[in-house]
Design a protein around this ligand. Structure first.
Ligand code: ZN
Length: 506
């Protein structure tokens, strides 16, 4: 290929090297760094981030992309080189459109607002946080104007996390889902006695928890020769290369869930990163294509597989052997119901598979309304509480358990929340297609074999990295746009059985 393209590739590799070096520092910060390292680490990371940003947004970069475009003009759109130039252009447009003064303002606001928010949450004092939420809204509006949009201001913010996704598309999918989900949550709320999760809250030895979790995700196919697992207070997955992917886990010695399902979740993210084609590793196409597609992978391995009956038919005897005192008197069915217990609750991060999405929908709706200025920020807590009542049938007793629970708005981030639910919805659209293409997958899972599912995902999702935008990736993999029917059918079948309810699609 042409000389221009080679120069662009070289530059993109340098930028990736800076960013992944920064990822090593961030990983260390959250795993092993002693508290004393904080200030120096923040300065080191800021320097690397500034260098990467300068290189990414320079006029020289714009010129490199412009001339490289002629080298790839005759290649098909999904050729690696053509994709590299296209994605470089997309990233560059974003970097170059937003003035660095606004980026600086967002960063400063984020760190100020976070400490105010932490105190406001502790003291149940929304009024003190309100001016900062107003500022987040104002800065988000300005950011959206710079980024540009056709239909709705929110499109610009959403696009940062979910390239190509539109507000109208999300709204239609969420409205569809909500229509079935709200009555389903009501019906289950009357029958909560069917599942009891007390057995999951017992003393569970951490070393054994770790060994079991590791065994499970090794079976999934997370490659420990190209990855590691460490401990972190707020678990995450990060990659330094396709061949060096880090997952982290939090252990609770009194509760089985956080480490067990958390490990499966992060390994789902990790296998996506490990599955990106080797030849994309030092390019701008490495990594997952969006937060939503990433979350579809973590949720699939955590919930669809890891909370599925098939998985436990095979692995429950092993878990009983690992924790005989706690589980020998618990039969598989009781255990299966315990890990699939549904109960309307106030806190998003503790919500189950069914109610979780309603927490997300109310945040998405409020973000759009607040950006449109539909009501003043002072009324936001009341709107929040009314929506929780409408969707979940419960009311927050205070703002600490209501509108003040999440860090995102204090962070200055809007447009992020929908990706959580888009991931849930997509996880089933992809799983259904995988089973249609490879009908043996459910039987394989019940034998503790995952090559069929992981192979399909590698072929249709993982290997592309950032080459395809989410909508195109989904259409190519499943032959249709993102839809919530597969997901709703899954919830109705699975939880209809657990709660002995006749749940049918509306
Ligand atoms: Zn995740």
């Amino acid at each position: 290929m042409g000389e221009n393209l080679d120069r662009l590739k070289e530059r993109l590799t340098e930028i990736r090297n800076l960013n992944q070096a920064n990822a090593v520092l961030a990983w260390d910060q959250q795993t092993y760094m002693p508290p004393g390292g904080g200030p120096a680490r923040a300065a080191q990371m800021a320097t690397l981030a500034r260098m990467a940003h300068e290189m990414s947004s320079s006029a020289e970069m714009g010129e490199l992309i412009r001339v490289a475009a002629s080298d790839v003009a005759d290649l098909p759109a999904d050729h690696d080189d053509a994709s590299m130039v296209r994605v470089a252009q997309r990233d560059y447009d974003k970097f170059a459109k937003v003035p660095s003064s606004l980026i600086a303002e967002l960063t400063t606001h984020g760190s100020l607002a976070q400490s105010v928010w932490a105190k406001a949450r502790e003291e149940n004092d929304f009024a003190s946080f309100a001016p900062y939420l107003e500022k987040t809204i104002e800065l988000s509006r300005r950011l959206a104007e710079y980024l540009g949009y056709e239909d709705h201001l929110y499109d610009a913010l959403l696009d940062v996390f979910e390239p190509g996704m539109k507000t109208a598309q999300v709204r239609a999918i969420f409205d569809d889902l909500k229509r079935d989900l709200v009555p389903m949550v009501r019906a289950i709320a009357d029958r909560v006695h069917r599942a009891d999760d007390a057995l999951l809250h017992q003393p569970f030895d951490e070393v054994r928890q770790e060994a079991f979790g590791r065994m499970a995700v090794e079976q999934y196919g997370f490659d420990f020769a190209r990855g590691r697992q460490d401990r972190a207070l707020h678990p995450f997955c990060t990659e330094f290369s396709v061949n060096d992917v880090r997952i982290t886990t939090r252990f609770d010695p009194q509760w089985l869930n956080p480490a067990l399902f958390g490990t499966m979740h992060e390994a789902g993210h990790g296998m996506y990163e490990q599955g990106v084609a080797q030849e994309l590793d030092d390019t701008n196409l490495a990594g997952g294509t969006s937060l939503g597609v990433h979350e579809s992978q973590s949720r699939m391995w955590e919930n669809v597989v890891g909370r599925g009956r098939g998985f436990w038919q095979h692995f429950y005897p092993q878990l009983q052997e690992t924790f005989p005192e706690q589980l020998n008197s618990v039969d598989l069915e009781t255990f299966y119901r315990a890990i699939n217990k549904v109960e309307p609750s106030l806190i998003r991060v503790e919500a189950d598979e069914v109610t979780y999405n309603l927490h997300i929908m109310l945040r998405f709706e409020m973000e759009v309304d607040l950006l449109e200025g539909k009501y003043p920020v002072s009324e936001a807590p009341a709107v929040w509480n009314q929506k929780v009542q409408e969707y979940l049938g419960i009311t927050p007793p205070d703002d600490t358990l209501g509108i003040l629970q999440d860090i995102h708005w204090a962070h200055g981030t809007m447009g992020y929340f929908p990706t959580y639910s888009l991931g849930n919805i997509l996880s089933l659209q992809l799983y259904d297609q995988a089973v249609q293409d490879v009908p043996e997958i459910p039987e394989q899972i019940a034998r503790g074999e995952f090559d069929g599912l992981r192979g399909w995902l590698t072929e249709h999702i993982y290997r592309f990295g950032r080459k395809l935008e989410p909508n195109e990736l989904v259409e190519r993999a499943t032959g249709q746009p993102l839809q919530s029917r597969s997901y709703m059918r899954y919830l109705q079948e699975k939880f209809g059985e657990v709660y002995d309810l006749q749940l049918t699609p509306a």
